[in-house]
Design a protein around this ligand. Structure first.
Ligand code: ATR
Length: 273
């Protein structure tokens, strides 16, 4: 069977091997997908070793996506915009191609699975790191009325807004300046969830009928998911759907078939109940 892997640090709780095993079973593809704990210092040599010994594709997760962007020989347009790569594929000529399926994965989950309409919506993104960088272009392509990036370090949000300003109405600010504004959709892309924290948010920032989405996921509801519940978010989801959707896009790149995602999302959700 062809070999694939996810590289990350840490990697223990990765759901990717399960997701790809379910995809392979569903589409009748013969492949093996394993998880590797790879520290940044060893990333490049491990990639060379994996591809040199017959591996066909690698998913890269935190904190390796920027490094993966750097070592790819060629890249998709969406990876170029994100300056981050979550999917590496070995080409027939031996070169390494880099793609980024995070943004399209989020969009498919928001739009196709959760039924959210982003056209003319007022969108707030919390955080201005790698996760935000990966989703800005596809979100702006949906033509929201307004997209605000709020970050603890204000300058990072402002820089991102300038960098993506050609794609739509995007602004950067700090959490303190959010008071008095309301949003139809709030996306949490900070790493705060992972440490059990929540960025400071004004109580009335979610517009009536608005929705919340945490790009992170965990076996227990994240602090942001609990916040969304308190605020009566109409749709209130974590990133499990995005995870499955970005995996499906990687699978498509590698195998030429797009697996059905709904049964896989349902299988993962059932385990958490
Ligand atoms: P990722 O690739 O997951 O986006 P990252 O690039 O390190 O990781 O970015 C982490 C993001 O989470 C940043 O926006 C960071 O804010 P700063 O730019 O000010 O560092 C944000 N973040 C991390 N911990 C946070 C916390 N406790 N409260 C608020 N924001 C936090």
């Amino acid at each position: 069977p062809d070999r694939y892997a996810v590289f990350g640090h840490p990697i223990k709780h990765s759901q990717s091997p399960r997701i790809h095993a379910l995809f392979a079973a569903q589409t009748g593809q013969d492949l093996v997908y394993t998880a590797w704990d790879v520290a940044p210092e060893r990333f490049e040599s491990q990639v060379r070793e994996f591809f040199g010994s017959g591996g066909r594709g690698i998913n890269c997760t935190v904190p390796l996506k920027e490094l993966a962007w750097r070592i790819a020989d060629s890249r998709s347009e969406r990876a170029e915009r994100a300056r981050a790569v979550n999917t590496l594929a070995l080409r027939d000529d031996g070169s390494v191609f880099g793609d980024n399926t995070d943004g399209i994965g989020l969009l498919r989950d928001l739009r196709d699975n959760l039924g959210l309409h982003l056209v003319n919506a007022k969108i707030l993104i919390l955080g201005a790191g790698g996760a935000t960088r990966g989703i800005l272009a596809p979100l702006l392509a949906e033509q929201p009325a307004r997209l605000v990036i709020a970050n603890r370090t204000v300058a990072t949000a402002e820089t991102l807004a300038v960098e993506f300003g050609d794609l739509g109405p995007v602004e950067g600010c700090g959490f303190a300046t959010l008071a008095g504004h309301r949003f139809d959709l709030i996306l949490n892309a900070t790493a705060a969830s992972l440490s059990g924290e929540l960025p400071p948010l004004p109580a009335d920032i979610l517009a009536p009928g608005g929705s919340c989405y945490d790009l992170a996921y965990a076996s227990e509801p994240t602090p942001f998911v609990r916040w969304g519940r308190e605020k009566h978010a109409v749709v209130n989801a974590d990133g499990i759907g995005m995870l499955v959707e970005q995996a499906a896009e990687a699978f498509l790149l590698w195998r030429g078939v797009r697996p059905a995602t709904r049964p896989v999302i349902e299988a993962l959700e059932a385990e958490r109940r």
